[in-house]
Design a binder for this molecule. Structure first.
Ligand SMILES: [Zn+2]
Ligand SMILES: [Zn+2]
Length: 252
């Protein structure tokens, strides 16, 4: 049963796309979404997606880089987001853990990215670190795009219920496999199956038992297995669900 890596950074992995894709497809990971963090990486992701039908791209200026989100930079992100191989605007959002950009800069950039996602009818991929309340508040204030993904979901069960009520998709990463991730597993347990995605966030967040090695999309089956265990479902059922959700969110 094929699965999809909804969020990786092929450029940050230093990966040759052919090799990363071949390794992933050898274990049934049929599709990757490579995510931009600034203008050069977004351009790289769009160009790579244009060259490989099984790779899609997301483009954005990461919240940690929000101090560089000038009008010119945002115009370029909007231009890239209109390309057919670009299926999402992200990762954008708020990161109050690492404050290389001020909360005001991050919020302004987040609002601009939400507008671009709506204008281009693409999904919105959200990075939310220690900023649940403000992320949810801003989405409610400006009106969320039709397809919203909380990447590397880090909320608790209450937050998962709030996201489910709003129809937001929750993407779980390899940290779901960590022994201290009980709170995250409780969130995954209440999140509806049809609102789930899985991701590696490669090269970060390597799942157990390979923690310490560089992460890569071919490790996604470990997160599918962890999610299946939490949901009490077969891996095939979970892999099928995340694959159809990926198609709904990112297009075919
Ligand atoms: Zn992120
Ligand atoms: Zn990421």
């Amino acid at each position: 049963m094929p699965a999809v890596d909804s969020h990786c950074h092929l450029d940050l992995m230093g990966a040759v796309p052919d090799q990363a894709l071949a390794a992933a497809q050898a274990v049934g990971v049929s599709r990757l979404v490579t995510i931009g963090i600034d203008v050069p990486s977004s351009r790289w992701c769009a160009d790579t997606a244009a060259a490989y039908p099984d790779i899609s791209a997301a483009v954005a200026i990461h919240p940690n880089e929000a101090s560089t989100a000038s009008d010119d930079a945002l115009t370029e992100i909007a231009r890239l987001a209109a390309r057919p191989e670009v299926r999402a605007v992200g990762e954008t959002g708020l990161d109050y853990y690492r404050t290389t950009a001020t909360p005001a800069q991050q919020q302004a950039s987040f609002r601009a990215h939400i507008a671009i996602a709506k204008q281009t009818d693409t999904a919105l991929v959200i990075h939310d670190r220690d900023a649940h309340e403000d992320v949810l508040r801003i989405l409610a204030e400006v009106g969320a795009p039709e397809r919203v993904v909380f990447h590397c979901f880090s909320g608790d069960a209450d937050m998962a219920r709030t996201c489910a009520d709003a129809g937001y998709v929750m993407s779980f990463a390899g940290n779901l496999t960590f022994s201290n991730a009980g709170r995250l597993r409780a969130a995954a347990a209440v999140a509806p199956l049809e609102l789930l995605l899985v991701e590696t966030d490669a090269p970060f967040l390597t799942p157990m038992p390979f923690r310490g090695r560089p992460n890569a999309p071919y490790l996604i089956p470990l997160t599918v297995r962890a999610l299946a265990a939490v949901k009490g479902l077969t891996e095939e059922r979970v892999a099928g669900a995340v694959t159809s959700t990926a198609t709904r969110v990112f297009g075919g």
